[in-house]
Design a binder for this molecule. Structure first.
Ligand code: BES
Ligand code: MN
Ligand code: ZN
Length: 499
């Protein structure tokens, strides 16, 4: 979709639909009050008759208002004015866009003057409009033979801000919003692909395509032979159970100063997780095609940052593999040697994410990262702990944690910190190796983090367990593209380009 910002008089703009926010108890936003005046009080007249209250989720269309050039005006309910926040704004935008799309509008105008959620700014308001609008029109239908495409899709949105002075901020917000939305879209597209199409080899090819298309991301793909040379015994033990060879995808974006230490993102790219010999139950096993969402979010975030040309160095590392049962697969009790030299007793072959991640994290040391962040659909236990609203954050660095928590809140893509206390580490004790790959039923999300912490001692590190947030189940089954918004926000803030 195309977005542009304007200041001036939206009532004079010819458009098929002019959207204006209103609030509960029939309160007008400044934008709505403006139109009310131009139309000789038509809007307050309609409100007075009780057709709409202004509550969340309400919409009312008014046709052919005098003094207004638009074909129709959409009054968009945003709820109680005192409770108006970024989250509610995103929901209201989604409702408006869904209506526009279904009513075959190809373009629309939003008038934003004087609507300020208490936790937001013009920058956020505009950026959230873009990301919420793109989210609302996203479909994954490339694998349907006859997709039901909208006959006349929504293509263009113009937004009016209060004054000329707001335009540069609004334009920056549009650029950032579009980049975040396209990175999120890329992550969703990759994640929604099924395991038979999105194999480790395919994921590596898509990374290479991203490299070519962006022009500023260098991509290198290590094959199993090269990984063997590096001693990645943990990672390779997982792919041994599959006919698809593992790949280690390395993407480098160097937008910062030459010697500036990079941020390294490491994403779990398990293209299908059947559990291996410790096989999973059949119910909802199809959802394990989503076990590469961490990897997809790394591609999405790199693509967003490269598109914005952010002044920083950013490296993405995606270990990609399948986890299947096979005559050559890992067996419970097997002991493997990781690239770090530490040995691991595999007591459950379904705890494979940490096995591929630990070698990718050790590999990341070579980049001397300022910080390293891994992103993984790592544990069902994290979904039990936090549900589907926040990712789980585990880190050995308080400052990094604070920044990620903040980026999560301001992008509406939240995370919540879990402790990394020594007390939990003993759950990983093994009688036969340096550690076991599972820590028992209790605190499963934390012991998974404890496992990874043994491979990141030399770095400032954070782990995001995205098992609960990476996709939606049920009727709206599909990838969310999270945490691309939160990671991009973190990186924008690092460059002091977002508030
Ligand atoms: N990919 C799964 C984690 C997962 C499960 C994500 C359900 C989303 C929904 C991971 O590889 C896994 O199987 N973890 C095990 C670990 C256990 C064996 C210690 C789990 O969570 O059951
Ligand atoms: Mn597993
Ligand atoms: Zn897994």
């Amino acid at each position: 979709m195309q977005f542009s910002a304007k200041s001036g008089e939206p009532q004079k703009k010819k458009t098929s639909c002019l959207v204006v926010p209103i609030f509960s108890k029939r309160k007008l936003s400044a934008a709505a009050a403006n139109l009310d005046e131009s139309s000789g009080g038509q809007i307050s007249h309609v409100l007075g008759r009780g057709d709409i209250e202004g509550d969340e989720g309400q919409l009312l269309l008014l046709y052919a208002l005098p003094g207004i050039a638009a074909d129709r005006v959409m009054l968009l309910g945003c709820g109680e004015i005192d409770e108006f926040c970024a989250e509610k704004w995103r929901k209201a935008v989604a409702a408006a866009i869904a209506y526009l799309q279904q009513s075959h509008s190809t373009e629309a105008v939003f008038s934003l003057a004087g609507i300020a959620p208490k936790d937001s700014s013009t920058y956020r308001l505009v950026r959230d409009l873009v990301t919420a609008a793109e989210e609302a029109v996203y479909r994954f239908d490339e694998l349907k033979s006859d997709p039901k495409k909208p006959r006349r899709p929504l293509k263009r949105i113009t937004l009016y801000v209060a004054s000329r002075d707001d335009l540069p901020i609004a334009e920056r917000a549009l650029t950032h919003g579009s980049a975040i939305a396209s990175g999120t879209g890329l992550a969703k597209d990759l994640s929604n692909l099924p395991g038979n199409l999105c194999t480790p080899t395919y994921l590596a090819k898509r990374a290479q395509t991203l490299g070519k298309d962006s022009g500023n991301i260098q991509v290198k793909v290590l094959d199993e032979k090269e990984m063997k040379k590096l001693g990645m015994g943990a990672l390779l033990s997982v792919s041994r159970g599959s006919r698809q060879p593992a790949k280690l995808i390395v993407m480098e974006y160097r937008g910062g100063k030459k010697n500036e230490q990079p941020v390294v993102l490491v994403g779990k790219g398990l293209t299908f997780d059947a559990g291996g010999i410790s096989i999973k139950p059949a119910a909802a096993m199809d959802e394990m095609k989503y076990d590469m969402c961490g990897g997809a979010s790394v591609l999405g975030t790199l693509s967003a940052c490269a598109r914005l040309g952010l002044p920083l160095n950013l490296i993405g590392v995606v270990p990609a593999s399948e986890n299947l049962p096979d005559g050559d697969a890992n067996k419970p009790g097997d002991i493997v040697t990781s690239m770090s030299g530490q040995t691991i007793e595999i007591l459950n072959t379904d705890a494979e994410g940490r096995l591929i991640l630990c070698d990718a994290l050790t590999y990341s040391e070579r980049f001397k990262p300022a910080v390293v962040i891994d992103i993984a659909t790592l544990t069902g236990a994290c979904v039990i702990a936090l549900g589907r609203h926040a990712s789980g954050l585990i880190s050995n660095d308080d400052e990094l944690s604070e920044k990620l928590l903040e980026a999560g809140t301001s992008s509406g893509d939240r995370t919540w910190r879990l402790p990394l206390w020594e007390d939990y580490q003993t759950q990983l004790d093994s009688n036969f190796a340096d550690m076991a790959n599972i820590g028992g039923r209790e605190a499963g999300a934390i012991t998974a983090g404890c496992f990874l912490s043994r491979f990141t001692k030399k770095m400032k590190w954070a782990h995001l367990d995205i098992a609960g947030i990476a996709w939606l189940a049920g009727e709206n089954k599909g990838a969310t593209g999270r945490p691309v918004p939160m990671l991009t926000q973190y990186l924008l803030q690092r460059c002091k380009l977002a508030d």
